[in-house]
Write a protein that binds this ligand. Structure first.
Ligand code: AMP
Length: 147
């Protein structure tokens, strides 16, 4: 069996993400694999006239979100000894960005939670589902309990 060489941990910083983090680090140790981490700041919706008044895209808020996400990601990366070139902070759709970064960086295993913020009503949350469908490599969806 081939060993995994490059594992991508997708972290949403929601409750239970520690379980996903622990599983990814454990696998990286077992396989002596490179470990990268990604966090995606969900892009804010820009409404069109169909919804009534336009809501302007708030650049200050976006910059603030990115800055605090960067800090959280850097703290986690430090704890896991992940160097800067293996930290991915992206903005957009989480599933799209996770797939893109995995594809562009020859990732051979993506580790995600079975659901985070979105998925309580579903067996798999929306990000988990999208990643499973479109990933270019294996995906481990770590089973998280509903609470
Ligand atoms: P969801 O399908 O959105 O409920 O989330 C399932 C899993 O996808 C989470 O446990 C994370 O591993 C990953 N995920 C969700 N949102 C993000 C995000 N914004 N950035 C990185 N990973 C995410």
């Amino acid at each position: 069996m081939n060993h995994y060489k490059h594992i991508l941990l997708a972290v949403d910083f929601f409750e239970q993400c520690e379980i996903v983090i622990n599983r990814a680090t454990d696998l990286a140790n077992r396989y002596q694999a490179k470990l990268s981490v990604i966090h995606v700041v969900d892009s804010l919706p820009i409404t069109d006239a169909g919804y009534g008044a336009d809501i302007p895209f708030n650049l200050d808020l976006t910059a603030e979100l990115m800055a605090s996400a960067k800090k959280r990601l850097a703290e986690l990366a430090k704890k896991l000894a992940i160097t800067e070139d293996r930290q991915w902070l992206e903005m957009g759709s989480p599933k799209t960005e996770i797939i893109r970064v995995a594809t562009e960086n020859q990732v051979d295993l993506i580790v995600i939670g079975s659901h985070g913020r979105h998925g309580l009503a579903l067996l798999l949350g929306s990000t988990a589902n999208g990643v499973l469908h479109y990933a270019p490599c294996d995906v481990l969806a770590v089973r998280l309990q509903d609470n």
